[in-house]
Design a protein around this ligand. Structure first.
Ligand code: MD3
Ligand code: FE
Length: 203
């Protein structure tokens, strides 16, 4: 029942829709402890997407570079624990895509207001690239840009809607990808906002 986008890439349309209420409660609980913030890239540009995270570590960027950190630099405290609804969803959908035993140690939470975007990049700061990235879209729709394993060329476009879940593993794990500027709109579940959860095994 998933759509296969590549040898290790699978789209499960609407998979998370029945869990959206629980996931949004989790986002609210996490962001009450570690608030959303627009981080700085090493090049000195403020990201348009706001981020927070939960788990043993989370991904951060500042003038010093990109890395995983056990501490939220904004609060000076460990990141909030990953809500059980988050880890359960990630494990189950990864298994359906052929990645049994996926135990994510981080969930990065991105928040896009209309106009926010994410430039083409690879997810390669994780130690063990054998594990997939699982991504869950909630709220406003957006266009995912997905390219090849090298920079350059024009990326394919895929519309991601509320509840859609993607698994990127194997040969597709290091694909370039990004999010086109999110058009304004309104979603009953989130208002004028898109959230994306990405689950990874960082360590
Ligand atoms: C992984 N987030 O947080 S997730 C990110 O919608 C990120 O917020 C985007 O990229 C977002 O790093 C997209 C989906 C995604 C798409 C393609 C991938 C993750 C991927 C290809 C390879 C590895
Ligand atoms: Fe990414």
């Amino acid at each position: 029942e998933p759509e296969q986008l590549g040898p290790g890439a699978f789209l499960f349309r609407q998979y998370a829709t029945p869990l959206a209420g629980e996931l949004l409660d989790g986002i609210r609980a996490v962001s009450a402890l570690s608030p959303f913030r627009q981080m700085m890239t090493p090049g000195g540009r403020r990201m348009s997407a706001a981020m927070t995270g939960c788990g043993d570590v989370s991904w951060v960027t500042d003038r010093r570079g990109y890395r995983y950190s056990e501490v939220d630099p904004e609060t000076g405290k460990p990141w909030p624990a990953m809500p059980p609804a988050f880890s359960g969803l990630a494990r189950d959908v990864a298994e359906r895509a052929g990645f049994a035993g996926f135990e994510p140690d981080v969930c990065l939470i991105n928040r896009y207001r209309p106009g926010a975007r994410m430039g083409l990049h690879q997810d390669k700061d994780e130690q063990d690239l054998q594990w997939p990235v699982v991504s869950v879209s909630l709220g406003l729709p957006a266009i995912l840009l997905w390219g090849g394993l090298k920079r350059g060329g024009s990326p394919a476009r895929l519309r991601l809607e509320h509840g859609d879940v993607l698994v990127w593993g194997g040969e597709d794990r290091l694909r370039y990808h990004g999010i086109a500027p999110v058009p304004d709109g309104r979603c009953d579940a989130t208002g004028h906002v898109r959230f994306n959860l990405t689950f990874r095994r960082a360590r």
